[in-house]
Design a binder for this molecule. Structure first.
Ligand SMILES: NC(=O)NCCC[C@H](N)C(=O)O
Length: 408
């Protein structure tokens, strides 16, 4: 791709990980109630104290392995020190509220008086109505949403940092999130990649915009090599978005040759490609066996004069081998190939490993059979606790956004 003018560099799924972006789960999780669980994409309510401990240990394990960890909340706070940017940010934040303009103005004034740190808290954990002095309903919208406890909704999925943006090469895709529950997350990432001193990216290296009509989420994007990217067509990512970003990437990226689009069943269990398929070594992939027969494969390459060409492919393994220039790839089955164990462990994110170097991955310790299978295939597995983390349905890959990896 274009010359590297920033600190982003991700040309593979497995190159030694240098830096990563995380969000430490916070108060937003204490705002989950049974009534809104499914709308907020959770299956259970995590215990905040324990989920934070588990997350801190995850971050610690990354640091012990030489990875620099950045936190979204710190970068955003730094960005909002600039009063001009703070004003734009408040405007964008308030635009997501389901209220009349009058109430939005009241909340805007309330936020203007707050410190950058307080605003970041409201942007992620939400703003309860009772935190602001009484605001009378002004319009039909206010009456209809009167029973909601929030002026600004919480973002409990924010610790799944993989999804609202994805570094591809030396640029970044800001995701257009499929669900209302997660849309605002991408807006936060846009501020970080546009304005933070640490991660600022040139405008022409922003591969996608969060306001685009067609959804695409980071969990579906796998950078397999400099030449090949795989993108899932899933519950969250549309074929239209894949065509759009393929056009951009193939036009601006010199070395990129193709995008492999992998269609998976549109189900919550497999919400993103990385819940069923991850790369663990130069020629090894971990795959949920329940998906193999259901995969549809398309190969996207450059067409004539700024267009793309799409070809339907039959044999997934062959496509991987030819695209990656390998004689043979090894597809390791999660759950040790057993149907029931495979399905149970996949639900607990066994297949969602994070590679921190070729052949070295982080995984939840609870998925014992999958982890043993990986070890038997020569993979080093760094296990982390995930009893509370897993309740939001995501594993180590879902929780991390690689910013920089060493080239393979
Ligand atoms: N890449 C991923 O699969 N991320 C996990 C996202 C879980 C979150 N509760 C969601 O449904 O979006």
């Amino acid at each position: 791709m274009e010359k590297n003018t920033n600190c982003l560099r991700v040309y593979s799924e497995i190159g030694k990980l240098n830096s990563v972006l995380l969000h430490r789960p916070g108060k937003e999780l204490e705002r989950l109630t049974p009534e809104f669980l499914s709308e907020l994409l959770f299956d259970d309510i995590p215990w905040l104290k324990r989920i934070q401990e588990e997350h801190d240990k995850f971050a610690q394990a990354l640091k012990e392995n030489g990875v620099t960890v950045y936190y979204l909340e710190d970068l955003l706070e730094e960005v909002l020190q600039d009063t001009g940017i703070k004003e734009f940010f408040i405007y964008d934040l308030v635009s997501y509220m389901n209220t009349s303009l009058e109430v939005k103005k009241t909340i805007t004034n309330f936020l203007k008086e707050r410190t950058p740190k307080e605003i970041v808290d409201y942007a992620i954990a939400g703003l309860l109505k009772k935190e602001v002095h009484e605001v009378e309903p002004q319009s039909l919208v206010d009456y209809v949403y009167k029973d909601s406890p929030f002026f600004i909704n919480p973002l409990p999925n924010c610790y799944f940092m993989r999804d609202p943006a994805a570094v591809i090469g030396n640029g970044v895709m800001i995701s257009s999130m499929k669900t209302t529950a997660r849309k605002r997350e991408a807006m936060l990432l846009k501020y970080v990649f546009k304005h933070s001193k640490t991660l600022k990216v040139q405008e022409n290296l922003l591969w996608y915009d969060y306001r685009s009509e067609y959804p695409i989420e980071g969990g579906d994007v796998l950078v397999l090599s400099k030449k090949v990217i795989a993108i899932g067509i899933s519950e969250r990512t549309s074929p239209q978005a894949i065509e759009e970003i393929s056009l951009t990437l193939l036009e601006r990226g010199e070395e990129l040759q193709e995008i492999i689009a992998l269609e998976i069943p549109k189900k919550r269990t497999f919400m993103h490609l990385d819940t069923v398929f991850t790369m663990v070594d130069v020629d090894k992939f971990l795959i949920y066996p329940g998906i193999k027969e259901k995969l549809k494969v398309y190969r996207i390459t450059r067409g004539e004069k700024g267009t793309i060409r799409v070809k339907v492919e039959e044999d997934f393994t062959k496509v991987l081998e030819t695209s990656l220039g390998l004689d043979k790839v090894n597809l390791i089955e999660s759950g040790g190939g057993d149907e029931i164990t495979g399905a149970r462990e996949q639900w607990n994110d066994s297949t969602n490993t994070l590679a921190i170097a070729p052949g070295v991955v982080m995984a939840y310790n609870r998925n014992e059979i999958t982890n043993t299978t990986l070890v038997n295939h020569g993979i080093k597995v760094i296990e982390i606790e995930g009893s509370e983390l897993v309740r939001g349905r995501g594993g180590p890959r879902c929780m991390s956004m690689p910013l920089k990896r060493e080239d393979i």
